[in-house]
Design a protein around this ligand. Structure first.
Ligand code: C5P
Length: 223
């Protein structure tokens, strides 16, 4: 398979989860393995793209052939890395599971266990995808992910519209073989107008190939 249909295209992919620190030894994280994002980066390199991978902490080696690899921890660090590079990108795929909230206070020293409870106050993180959508320039293709446990289709179309994405890759993370940690994924592409394309259970590498087929089609329509 020698498709080189991303030649000359700049592609930015985010992958993995973020870590929001509570103190020097503790953080809030999520179940993202980074596998889907890394599969996307591998596929984009294979197809000739100039690929920037922005990754949270994961147990995966960066795929060979990347133009740039940026490791981040917090959502705000990811936002900085992505937004500073976004203007020059042709394609941006937000496969990362970005923490929606971060602790208001980060203790400089390890918090000791006292007698009472530790009550956390969390504040909202910037929605990187929504900011990208608001700043999207003509010809740029923006793809989001949506991990849902219910109302997948209704939430997906609304999400695509609200965040300015060209389409959302939705998966039901409560289904076996789909979502976090798995090597396979069963996804539906959801477009802002409510149109959908549903795929059977596929390897994450095959899902990545379907996603880039769709992206290449959209890039062609823009020209
Ligand atoms: O709203 P929800 O978190 O389900 O949206 C998921 C999509 O939005 C993913 O593409 C994710 O990477 C992106 N996102 C983001 N910044 C956030 C939260 C989600 O870019 N703070």
């Amino acid at each position: 398979e020698g498709k080189r249909d991303l030649t000359g295209r700049k592609v930015l992919i985010t992958a993995g989860g973020t870590r929001e620190p509570l103190d020097p030894v503790r953080f809030i994280a999520n179940r993202s393995s980074g596998k889907m994002g890394y599969a996307l980066a591998t596929e984009a390199v294979r197809r000739g793209g100039q690929v920037v991978l922005v990754s949270g902490p994961v147990e995966l080696a960066p795929p060979p052939g990347l133009a740039e690899f940026i490791r981040v921890e917090r959502a705000e660090e990811m936002a900085e890395a992505v937004l500073s590079r976004a203007p020059e990108m042709d394609v941006i795929i937000k496969a990362a599971a970005v923490a929606d909230f971060r602790p208001v206070q980060v203790a400089e020293q390890k918090v000791k266990k006292g007698d009472g409870d530790w009550v956390l106050h969390l504040q909202k993180n910037p929605d990187i995808l929504a900011i990208l959508g608001a700043r999207k320039r003509p010809g740029q293709v923006l793809v989001g992910f949506a991990a849902e446990t219910h109302d997948l289709l209704a939430n997906g179309a609304e999400k695509a519209r609200r965040k300015g994405a060209d389409f959302i890759v939705a998966n039901d993370v409560s289904r076996p073989g789909s979502g976090f940690g798995s090597d396979t994924n069963e996804v539906t592409f959801i477009f802002p107008d409510g149109a959908t394309i549903s795929w059977p259970l596929l390897s994450k590498q095959e899902v990545a190939a379907r996603i880039f087929d769709q992206i290449v089609q959209l890039l062609g329509e823009e020209e």
